[in-house]
Structure formats: C-alpha cells, structure tokens
Design a protein around this ligand. Structure first.
Ligand code: G
Ligand code: G
Ligand code: MN
Ligand code: NA
Length: 252
C-alpha cells in the first residue's frame, strides 16, 4: 500500500496526535504558549514526519479532515491549561486550502463553543507553502481576526508569493522561517535578508516569532532586534501534552 493510501486509512482511524513546542517571549524568557505540531503513528508503531505526510494529505484532499482532528486534539489536550491561564495561547497550523476555503475556521469556532477557551487563546498559522487564494483568504482571515484570533503568516520567505501575501492578507504576526535564523551570524547571502525581514515586519506593524532558535548567539541577535517571540531547541523541542503543561508551569 502506498503511503498515500495508508494516509486515507489513518485519517479514518484517527492515528494522529499532537506535540507542543513552547513559544518564548524573548525579553523575559516566559513561556507564552506553544505551536501544536501533528504526529502520525502508524499501526506498526512507526512515526511519520509531518513534512512527509502533510503535503500528501494536501494532494489527496485529506487535509481538511486532518485539520479537524488537529482542532479536536488541541482542545482536548489544552483546555485545562488555557482556561486556567488566560494569557496562554496555542497556535494551530493551517494548510493553504484551510485558509482559502475558510472551512477550518468555521469548524474551529463551532468546536470552541462551550469549551471556555477564548478565541484570543488560539493563534492561527497560515502557511505560505501552497497556493492561497488571496481573495477568499482575506475574507476568512478577516473573520477570524474579528472574533479574536491572532493570525500569523508561517514559513515566511520560503513560500509561494511572500510579498503579495504579506501586503494583501489581514495579519498580526510573521513567523521567521528557520532557514533565516540559521543564517544569523554566518556570512551567507541569506544573513542580511533576516535583518530585512525583521524591518519589513516592523514597518507593517506585525509582531515577529523566530523559528528554530538553536544558539545563544541567535537569541542575542533576535533580542537586540526586538523580535518578540521565539521557539526552537535552545528553549525546548516539541513536547507531548503533559510535558508541555509542566514546562509552561515552570516558565510562565
Ligand atoms: O514538527 P515538524 O518539524 O516535524 O513539522 C514539520 C512541518 O509540518 C512543519 O513545517 C509544519 O508546518 C507542518 N505541520 C506540523 N503540524 C501541522 C499541523 O497540525 N497542520 C499542518 N497543516 N501542518 C503541520
Ligand atoms: O510548521 P513549522 O514549519 O513551523 O514547524 C516547525 C518545525 O521545525 C518542526 O518540524 C520542528 O520539529 C522543527 N524545529 C523546531 N525547532 C527546531 C530547532 O531549533 N532546530 C531544528 N533543526 N528544527 C526545529
Ligand atoms: Mn508553523
Ligand atoms: Na515554519
């Protein structure tokens, strides 16, 4: 059976679960929340990485069903933490089709009803990998922001149409892709681009989240440039739900 065929079965059998990578406020070191990251455990126990199966799910028309399951998991895993700490947030990744269609956002609103979780506590990461229909996405993201969600453009700079998305989508935040964080302090051609991305975000009034922060030197650079938030192995890898809750308790 192809991985793609297996994936359809996996969606039906709900073989997914979530890990949570802490997001840190860089000037205080406080843990303000986490990015939820989906994992697939096959029946034989092996794990498949999302960078392999998310693109497959997108191609196979399975991504919306998968996103629904992600939303269910985030609510089940994080309801207690989010209703006890109103300053905490969890970010959910949305595929291009989720953003364009707006369906995932309607599902999210419906599922949040009665949970006690405030929309302000769920951040949305709209990836720019894959084609986003800007006209449709504008409407759905504007609605999401109106009810209180915070919207970030994810994988910025590595995607399809960065500058167009940045100018035309209603956004609160920009996530600086790991490739630009890796370049900090190197003499690669990418290194000055990182600085320009930060400047551009500030010009547009967006706050910034740095992905893949691994070294104290990268952290020092980002703090000096007043990047507000960061995530990466310097702080923590992605954690199972209970481990993230413990991490957050200690660092909030
Ligand atoms: O955690 P990891 O580095 O393995 O994630 C790999 C990629 O898969 C990330 O770039 C991320 O954008 C994507 N991804 C992880 N979790 C989700 C999810 O819940 N939904 C979607 N659409 N993409 C995800
Ligand atoms: O969806 P997104 O591309 O934002 O997912 C982030 C991915 O980057 C995850 O797959 C996660 O496991 C990975 N990641 C997170 N922090 C680090 C890091 O500090 N170093 C490296 N090499 N990978 C990281
Ligand atoms: Mn992301
Ligand atoms: Na990313």
């Amino acid at each position: 059976l192809s991985l793609r065929g297996e994936l359809a079965t996996a969606v039906r059998r709900r073989e997914f679960f979530m890990h949570y990578q802490p997001i840190i406020e860089l000037d205080t070191g406080i843990c303000v929340g986490a990015e939820s990251l989906v994992r697939w455990r096959r029946p034989d126990g092996s794990l498949v990485r999302p960078d392999l199966f998310i693109p497959l799910a997108e191609e196979a028309g399975l991504i919306e069903a998968l996103t629904d399951q992600v939303i269910d998991h985030v609510i089940a895993d994080m309801r207690e933490l989010l209703t006890q700490d109103r300053t905490a947030h969890i970010a959910i990744n949305l595929a291009a089709e989720d953003v364009s269609s707006g369906r995932a956002l309607k599902v999210l609103s419906a599922k949040l009803q009665g949970t006690g979780i405030h929309p302000q506590q769920i951040w949305l990461e709209a990836t720019e990998r894959g084609f986003i229909d800007i006209r449709r996405a504008r409407t759905s993201l504007a609605n999401a922001r109106r009810i209180g969600h915070c919207v970030a453009i994810d994988d910025f700079g590595v995607g399809y149409s960065s500058l167009q998305y940045l100018q035309q989508l209603p956004l609160d935040a920009l996530k600086i892709d790991k490739s630009f964080i890796d370049a900090i302090g190197t003499d690669s051609a990418t290194s000055p681009v990182t600085s320009h991305i930060i400047d551009m975000a500030k010009t547009l009034g967006l706050f910034t989240v740095a992905e893949g922060v691994e070294t104290p030197a990268q952290l020092a650079y980002l703090q000096a440039r007043q990047v507000e938030f960061g995530q990466g192995w310097l702080f923590s890898k992605a954690l199972p739900p209970a481990e993230f809750v413990a991490f957050h308790q200690q660092r909030k």
